[in-house]
Design a binder for this molecule. Structure first.
Ligand code: NAD
Ligand code: LMR
Length: 332
């Protein structure tokens, strides 16, 4: 009999989910496992999910198990292995008469969602459940959810994989190399324009990416700003935030956690800081991670940070500390 995995997806009727959900059951992300899906939406739109379920059935995915849709998060959370928390309001839309421009605008609007969901995950999710927060502001939403869950054995992450994918894409064009030739692409800090894509620790086919780039003007004037502002650039063009690339990044994060990391490599996600690298404790901060052969996700602790890197990372961790202060009422 095949193993099963139960996956909860919130915001299941949204843009990202439309690209994400089918690929959870296509036999690639969870390899051979049968995937049971719990698709969660707010009551106003939950019935739209009936159509999505019809489409999933009509697609004949061989690894699809039970599929349920609901507006009851607590019910959905029972014994789940994975939570992909996408449900929240994106930038670029008008909410209560105001156009949402910055992630900070989302703090109070979206933060509240993660208190109830966090409590339910802590109580009903599997003890070793993994939670990936995609909804923005992802790092601080994950902090709120993790605090509400109050369950140390579960792993809360905020997604920075999309930022590392963007950085790889920009770099592969600069160096005229394939995406797959780049390893150790680390995003430090917040999933926001203050993030620090670490160009100094990248490896390209075993060689130092920093030496191959050898162009600080390009790093400062192109690489960093393009990666840091890519979310806004997509919103400005599409009139909606990145969806298919965000879905791919969520799948890449799941796969990075489900398979052992190759020796010498790492992947990017934000987790609770334990003071490693001198980062402030108690924020959800982008860091290098690895999955051990027995399936544990751990912080990689042997990365060397230059003074320049430390300076840039501090800008982002200071922002995370400010965000934490702004949602203090949700952390009590
Ligand atoms: P969308 O508006 O298309 O979909 C969001 C869905 O969430 C909606 O269907 C909405 O009804 C649902 N929702 C809202 N509150 C909910 C709740 N309490 N429970 C369940 N569902 C709820 O938006 P989208 O384009 O799919 O983006 C979703 C989020 O992902 C946004 O916050 C966006 O900013 C964020 N995002 C993050 C990254 C990243 O890299 N971390 C990248 C892209 C987008
Ligand atoms: C992104 O990086 O594309 C998302 O976080 C959406 C946004 O608001 O930038």
């Amino acid at each position: 009999m095949k193993d099963r995995v139960k996956v909860v997806v919130t915001g299941a009727a949204g843009q990202i989910s439309y690209s994400l959900i089918p690929r959870l059951v296509d036999g690639h992300t969870f390899e051979d496992k049968i995937v049971d899906l719990e698709l969660v939406e707010i009551p106003q739109v939950v019935n739209k999910l009936e159509g999505l379920v019809m489409e999933l059935e009509d697609s004949n995915f061989p690894n699809m198990g039970n599929v349920n849709y609901t507006a009851n998060f607590e019910e959905a959370a029972k014994d789940a292995d994975w939570f992909l928390l996408v449900g929240s309001i994106p930038r670029g839309i008008v909410f209560n008469g105001k156009k949402i421009e910055e992630r900070a605008d989302l703090l109070q609007i979206n933060g509240g969602i993660f208190v109830g969901q966090g409590q339910a995950i802590g109580k009903f999710g599997k003890p070793d459940a993994k939670i990936l927060v995609v909804g923005n502001p992802a790092n601080t939403n994950a902090l709120i959810g993790r605090h509400a869950a109050n369950n140390e054995s579960q792993l809360w992450m905020a997604m920075t994989m999309l930022d590392s994918s963007r950085a790889r894409s920009v770099l592969s064009k600069k160096l005229n190399i394939g995406i797959g030739e780049i390893s150790k692409m680390i995003i430090w800090g917040n999933h926001s324009p203050t993030m620090y894509p670490d160009f100094e620790n990248i490896m390209v086919n075993g060689l130092s990416g920093k030496d191959l780039i050898n162009d600080m003007s390009w790093v400062e004037n192109e690489f960093l700003p393009v990666v840091q502002q890519r979310g806004k650039a997509v919103i400005d063009s599409r009139g909606a935030s990145s969806a298919t690339s965000a879905a791919k990044a969520a799948l890449d994060t799941v796969m990075a956690c489900e398979r052992p990391t190759q020796s010498g490599d790492c992947f990017s996600a934000a987790v609770i800081s334990d003071g490693s690298y001198g980062l402030p404790e108690g924020i959800i901060c982008g860091m290098p991670l690895m999955t051990t052969p027995d399936g544990k996700v751990e912080i990689v602790r042997d990365i060397i940070l230059s003074d320049l890197a430390k300076e840039k990372i501090k800008i982002s961790t200071d922002e995370l500390i400010d965000e934490r202060a702004a949602v203090e009422d949700l952390l009590t």
